[in-house]
Ligand binder design. Structure first.
Ligand code: ZN
Length: 169
């Protein structure tokens, strides 16, 4: 296992906008990345993290809303039901909170870290976090849900983030 701590990519980094590729075969490398992602998520007090957020453009996510850790490979939403609106933050968009309307209940197909097929039924916060992380795999971020006026309002904040990112790159 690598000792180096994974660095969270911040808004403005192109990897966050790339579509993550599906994992063809789950290997030891994927299990290591998933473990490191979980570690980074806990260290930053997050409740979910997707691989693009650590610069890996593959379909891997981890989440823990306080009910146990999930490590999922190639997660797919196969059914959605109802609506909920939760104010969401994102480790890649620090300081920005966006109220996002998502399905209240979802059914997900995925592989576990050993490559075994699993089915998951989630509702409320767990469903919300799953949808947020699966969005990351599509290159979608919470700011994409902002209305035109809200976008204008936080545009300055985001451009400062982008600027910081380019300067540190
Ligand atoms: Zn996020």
């Amino acid at each position: 296992m690598l000792k180096t701590r994974l660095k969270i990519k911040i808004f403005g980094d192109a990897v966050l906008r790339k579509k993550a590729v599906p994992v063809v075969k789950v290997t030891e490398t994927h299990r290591q990345i998933l473990s490191q992602m979980a570690q980074a998520m806990y260290e930053d007090s997050g409740i979910g993290l997707a691989a693009p957020q650590v610069g890996v453009s593959e379909q891997l996510i981890v989440l823990d809303i306080g009910e146990g850790l999930y490590k999922l490979v190639n997660p797919r939403i196969v059914k959605k039901q109802g609506k909920q609106s939760i104010s969401e933050g994102c480790l890649s968009v620090p300081g920005v909170c966006v109220k996002v309307v998502r399905a209240k209940q979802i059914w997900v197909h995925a592989l576990d870290e050993n490559g075994r097929f699993i089915e998951l039924e989630a509702k409320n916060l767990l469903a919300c976090v799953l949808q947020h992380e699966i969005d990351h795999l599509k290159g979608k971020l919470i700011v994409d849900y902002l209305s035109f006026l809200e976008k204008l309002r936080i545009k300055r904040k985001l451009s400062i983030l982008k600027h910081k990112q380019f300067n540190s790159a």
